[in-house]
Design a protein around this ligand. Sequence first.
Ligand code: C2E
Ligand code: CA
Ligand code: CA
Ligand code: CA
Length: 284
Amino acid sequence: AKELGRNRFATFHPEFQDKSSHQSAVIQALRHSLRNGGFRLKLQPKFDIRSGQSGPRMIGAEALLRWNAPGLGETPPDVFIPIAESTGLVRELDAHVTKMLVGLLAGWNSDGGPCPTVAVNISAQSFQDTRFAERLLELLAQNAVPPTALSIEITETTLMKRSSSASDNIRSLRAAGITIAIDDFGTGYSSLSYLQRLPLAELKIDRSFIARIGGRDRDGEVIVTAILLMAQALGLRTVAEGVETDAQFEWLRSEGCDMVQGYFLSPPLEPQEFIRLYREGRAR
Ligand code: C2E
Ligand code: CA
Ligand code: CA
Ligand code: CA
């Protein structure tokens, strides 16, 4: 991802002499947009594919951040999130994204229609803050949004440190009804003990594994089957991310994966488009 970020910057921003001047430009632009706006959310639908249903059913979404950076143009999260993480700005960014999402959920909750559960990506650094859960629950209460409308995606890195603040935040959020998903599962270096130790609800299998199924890569399929079996044994729901083909989709369904996300069923959508489709699905 770092290489890609660098290539992109070399392609689109030849005016920057080196990586560090590009980084400081991004940091400055992030500070500006955190104060003045410039971020948007896209929502990528998540589908329940469990057998015994007529077809995939839209059950919620994941919020993905989009940023038109002043002076830099449209900049993808794979580029600016690592930079925000290196400066601690990512905490402010997490808070900003969460506020935007809670604003959307508040609108949908107050207009009487059916409401989806939407996931937000939260960085490891935010979970180090002992008051993270408390502040988030306060924000939901102020906006009359039920905690079950929100879910949180964290990566294995968040759990690797075995920090008590991360565990405490997870337990408080879970107790309040917020589901926690392990994102990019399989790409960290962590021991698996946290899967038993913490009240997690979902395991999202990283796209790099999904790219290996539904074709001729038997080893790839064996790995995903093993992940699915382990998750089921631990009582975790499974989500496959980055599902791009019919072959991958059918394979996952036959192996008992619970949910899928990916271009095969839907790209990330504008929030208004997402809620329209979600409610259309409920009305039928
Ligand atoms: P992620 O959490 O693993 O999110 C999934 C990424 O895969 C998204 O990229 C999504 O657009 C992309 N994707 C979805 N379906 C497919 C598919 O079928 N094929 C392929 N090749 N890609 C697919 P995006 O939006 O560029 O985000 C990249 C990463 O940036 C995210 O990975 C997440 O780690 C981070 N990110 C995005 N939004 C936020 C945010 O609000 N806060 C934080 N802390 N991180 C964020
Ligand atoms: Ca995610
Ligand atoms: Ca992911
Ligand atoms: Ca990822």
